[in-house]
Design a binder for this molecule. Structure first.
Ligand code: SF4
Length: 445
């Protein structure tokens, strides 16, 4: 899953002002993938239910929460920098500093030694330690005050449906930090989606590290397609998306559900990671290039106008120039709508760290990233140019630099010229007037 976001999540969280009079504030800083954003939204929901108000300023906050990511060294370095900059703020014993997310493993001894001024360490999806500590400070029993943890209401919302991962790809730290795969019960997810829809959410994105493995660990025999059928029946909800999928679990049942259910969007993120069978093997990916190619063919033959995005790591241990050329070839052949590209960096604790050698020089990795980016830019430009003059249904979810913005069902970002004062949450027919590799432009018709 991508790790490109570095956001402050205090926006849009509204305090429950009349319930408590303590006047406390919280600051919530988040880095990492959509799973982390979803966790932060739920943490923010708990704190607002306890009567705390969000603030963008850490200096002003009584409770500071950092939600961490360690998927790449650069992300971990940013968290460490942020944590270090919090040290002077621990000038008052009343201020609470909490660290949550993937930096917190099962054993927190080392973290406690390195950051003694941090009061609470919480693993992903673990909210109770901070909730209880804040409850103690304000003198209430949180159990009686906190209802369901829901994200701040917006046009779109994330719902984590499966946590952890069982696969242990050799480059990945996630299974060690987020643990083994655990799916939520189908009724619990449906209830959450129903509540979000009743509060005005139009689009939900179901999240998991291997989202298409949903249900495989549950006693009841259900899978992602069963969940999609159930959610498709929720009134008011207009769109359903899911990510990130793994080629091993993308079944015909799921493909059929995407092809037939009206609310499920025609967009699939299916990480290939490399274009060479030997590299895939050393990454411990569980498919060959031929199997991946066949899967894409099946998806395209069943789902009309589907857009397919992927993730690729370049410069993995031992990747030769020829093996990288195979990656370029498969990208050219498949014509992905979008590729998230990362240069390999070793993560302590992974199988690759223990058993393989990170032997592609950084300068070579950077060249490979550049070459792949250039190729993908040409491909995305070509694919997006086909949208010119077409009419697309765009769900508007924000306003940026004087234009409304939203997405097509195929997840294309569209900027819309309009004088209307509030289009947020509305689905409009938009005629596409301009296209580029990263976004489209259009006018409402
Ligand atoms: S499928 Fe592989 S890359 Fe994805 S979370 Fe699991 S171990 Fe990591």
């Amino acid at each position: 899953m991508k790790s490109k976001l570095d956001i402050n999540l205090t926006r849009g969280l509204k305090p429950i002002t009349n319930t408590f009079s303590h006047g406390m504030k919280f600051h919530l800083w988040t880095i990492g993938c959509q799973m982390n954003i979803a966790d932060s939204e739920r943490m923010g929901s708990a704190l607002t239910q306890l009567g705390l108000s969000p603030t963008n300023s850490a200096e002003e906050a009584d409770v500071i929460v950092l939600n961490s990511c360690v998927v790449r060294q650069s992300a971990e370095d940013k968290v460490t920098g942020q944590l270090t900059s919090m040290k002077p703020l621990k000038n008052s014993s009343a201020r609470i500093i909490a660290l949550m997310g993937c930096m917190v493993g099962p054993d927190t001894k080392l973290l406690k030694k390195k950051f003694p001024y941090v009061d609470v360490f919480m693993r992903p999806q673990e909210y109770d330690p901070l909730i209880e500590l804040v409850g103690e400070r304000i003198g209430i029993d949180p159990a009686g005050c906190i209802g369901q943890l829901l994200p701040a209401i917006d046009t779109t919302a994330y719902i984590p449906i499966i946590h952890g991962c069982d696969l242990f790809c050799s480059f990945c730290i996630i299974p060690y930090r987020r643990g083994r795969q655990v799916s939520k019960e189908i009724d619990e997810i449906a209830h959450e989606a129903q509540m979000l829809s009743q509060r005005g959410v139009k689009e939900i994105t179901l999240l998991g590290q291997t989202v298409d493995a949903y249900g495989h660990d549950l006693e009841k025999q259900v899978d992602l397609s069963d969940l999609l059928y159930k959610l498709d029946g929720i009134d008011g909800l207009e769109r359903i998306r899911f990510l990130t999928s793994h080629p091993q679990f993308m079944s015909e049942r799921i493909i059929d559900a995407v092809a037939t259910l009206p609310k499920v969007c025609e967009n699939i993120n299916l990480p290939i990671q490399a274009g060479d069978d030997n590299i895939l093997k050393s990454m411990r990916r569980t498919y060959s290039i031929d199997e991946y190619r066949n899967l894409i063919d099946r998806i395209r033959s069943k789902i009309n106008h589907v857009s397919i995005t992927t993730d690729i790591i370049v410069g993995f241990c031992g990747e030769t120039k020829e093996q990288f050329q195979n990656t370029l070839k498969i990208v050219e052949e498949i014509q992905f709508d979008k590729v998230h590209i990362a240069a390999y960096s070793t993560r302590e604790g992974t199988i690759a760290f223990r058993k393989q050698v990170d032997d592609v020089p950084l300068s070579e990795k950077k060249l490979r990233v550049k070459e792949l980016e250039t190729l993908q830019q040409e491909i995305s430009t070509r694919i997006n140019s086909k949208y010119l003059d077409s009419t697309e249904k765009v769900l508007i979810d924000g306003h940026e630099r004087g234009k409304w913005k939203g997405r097509t069902r195929t997840d294309k970002l569209v900027f819309v010229d309009s004088d209307e004062s509030d289009l947020n949450g509305k689905t409009k027919n938009v005629k596409i007037t301009d296209t580029g590799p990263w976004s489209l432009k259009g006018i409402i018709i």
